[in-house]
Ligand binder design. Structure first.
Ligand code: NAD
Length: 497
């Protein structure tokens, strides 16, 4: 069984210099400033449980001040030539890339993922700026002759106005950049409320964007542990026109209710419960490799993570044996230690929630192949786990696990596999492995998910539309769809030529 195999808890040498460079106050109107009531909160390093930094704690007044700044900058930014907006985004991509090691270490320190995982996120997160720098110059409308011949139909796109972005802790850079890149490319101004668990990456990004030439006020960041009040006040202000949220379905649903008051545009990237199907005609080794990515990328703390591995009974035993061998061998420890393959869980609350899901499944008869326990010592570690023979209806199959726990469920027929896969209120990602082309076509068409990975365990790509259906959300981020979330369609009726 896995244990904590790496015990080094000293922060790396580069940490102190890096942390001294990260703004720890609010970022409003292009400058740092303390919270209006002077209050702060601590950011905890999940690998050690100790305080990493102390950050200003925005109040309702600070939220409104950020909106004031966004309003003051809105018209000029909307009228800034698209090419100029794009060039600022492109310079941001270059600056993040030049400081990739700093961004990676910062994410590892505040979120816990390993350095290779953080570096992968830096590439992914920065790429949204390159992608949207290109999209800024391709905001197209159309002109057609009215079918009756009595006029011209002119369709144009305009920025929606002032936006609020609320982001989660699991991808501290990318969940922000895919909103910021799209909004700024479209000509919108934006206020960002980063997760209270991981605000530092957003704060460093603010500084980098100012270096890239972003005018003051176009973008603000208001870290706070008072999210419900601050967000409610900002959403209650009629100057706000859009809210883009990534986080849990529970909070997203509450925000949709709040957005109704002023009929705000909304983009919702919510929770998932991705099925990962392995058919008997799959390349089994490739499927194990794919399951390692789909389950354990980002330590399992991904909305796209495979929550349920559904494996055809005829190959279940071999698949389970091979996957268990891989997962049991993983080295667990602080993300900055090169030997670590899996870091800590974000906080003790999440770890306790996951542990309860496993205990419930085991009490109902599930079998643990490896792991199944928290790991002792400082920090919030949980052993990478494989369990199977889980009774249907167990909480672990219906709720988002969000951690390094692989759950295996067997099926006999394709029909049964699809029924199990779709038996969830979520619809974000789904994955399957098969070498039968007609099955690939059937299954990818019938899976109820916004994104389907075929013979691969990762779907995210800045050039592809990322988004869920059912209770996993509304709208798409990335791809050519992403900028559309920040544009209104205007129709101008002209007389015939
Ligand atoms: P969360 O919903 O608890 O918090 C997300 C953000 O909302 C944080 O910034 C938090 O401070 C803020 N928030 C919390 N309560 C609020 C309230 N009442 N009003 C306004 N803001 C509030 O989610 P989390 O734990 O940070 O992140 C994990 C969740 O995010 C998972 O469910 C995961 O699936 C989801 N997620 C989805 C995607 C996606 O693209 N679909 C991507 C990453 C994470």
């Amino acid at each position: 069984m896995s244990e904590r195999t790496v015990t080094q808890t000293e922060l790396p040498d580069a940490a102190a210099t890096l942390l001294a460079d990260v703004p720890t106050q609010l970022w409003v109107a292009g400058v740092e400033r303390p919270a209006s009531d002077g209050s702060t909160f601590d950011v905890i390093n999940p690998a050690t449980g100790s305080v990493l930094a102390t950050v200003s704690n925005a109040t309702v007044d600070d939220g409104i001040a950020a909106l004031d700044a966004a309003e003051a900058a809105a018209e000029t930014w909307a009228n800034t030539p698209p090419r100029e907006r794009g060039e600022i985004l492109r310079r941001t991509f270059d600056l993040i890339t030049a400081r990739r090691d700093d961004f990676a270490l910062l994410m590892t320190l505040e979120m816990g993922k390993t350095i290779p995982e953080s570096l992968a996120e830096v590439s992914y997160g920065a790429e949204f700026f390159r992608w949207f720098s290109e999209e800024a110059a391709r905001i197209n409308g159309r002109v057609t002759t009215a079918p009756a011949g009595n006029g011209q139909i002119v369709v144009t796109k305009q920025p929606v106005g002032i936006c609020l972005a609320i982001t989660p802790w699991n991808f501290p850079l990318a969940m922000g950049t895919r909103k910021i890149g799209a909004a700024l490319a479209a000509g919108c101004t934006m206020v960002v409320k980063p997760s209270e668990d991981t605000p530092l990456t957003t704060m460093l990004l603010m500084k980098i964007m100012a270096e890239a030439g972003l005018p003051a006020g176009v973008l603000a960041a208001i870290p706070t542990v008072r999210a419900p009040e601050v967000v409610a006040a900002v959403m209650d202000d009629p100057r706000l026109r859009k809210v883009s949220f990534t986080g849990s379905t529970q909070v997203g649903s509450a925000l949709l209710a709040q957005a109704a008051k002023h009929v705000l545009r909304t983009s919702m990237e919510l929770g998932g419960n991705a099925p990962f199907l392995v058919f008997e005609d799959a390349d089994l080794d490739a499927a194990v490799e794919g399951a390692m990515s789909a389950k354990l990328r980002n330590g399992g703390e991904a909305c796209t993570a495979a929550n349920r591995l559904l494996v055809q009974e005829s190959v279940r035993e071999e698949f389970t044996r091979k996957l268990t061998a891989r997962i049991a061998a993983m080295k667990v420890g602080p993300g900055w230690d090169e030997a670590s393959q899996l870091g800590p869980i974000i906080n003790d609350r999440q770890r306790t929630r996951m542990a309860a899901l496993v205990e419930d499944a085991v009490a109902k008869g599930a079998q643990v192949h490896t792991g199944g326990t928290s790991l002792p010592g400082d920090g919030f570690y949980y052993a990478p786990t494989v369990i199977d023979r889980i009774p249907q209806g167990s909480d672990i199959l219906t709720q988002e696990i969000f951690g390094p726990i692989a759950t295996i469920v067997s099926f006999d027929t394709e029909e049964e596999a699809l029924r199990l896969a779709n038996d969830t209120e979520y619809g974000l990602a789904a994955y399957f492995y098969s070498t039968d082309l007609s099955r690939v076509q059937r299954v990818s068409s019938r899976l109820q998910a916004g994104m389907v990975g075929v013979n691969r365990g990762v779907v995210s790509d800045p050039a592809a539309p990322f988004g869920g259906i059912k209770q996993s959300g509304l709208g798409s981020e990335g791809g050519s769809e992403g900028i559309g979330e920040y544009l209104n369609t205007k129709y101008v009726a002209l007389p015939p030529v």
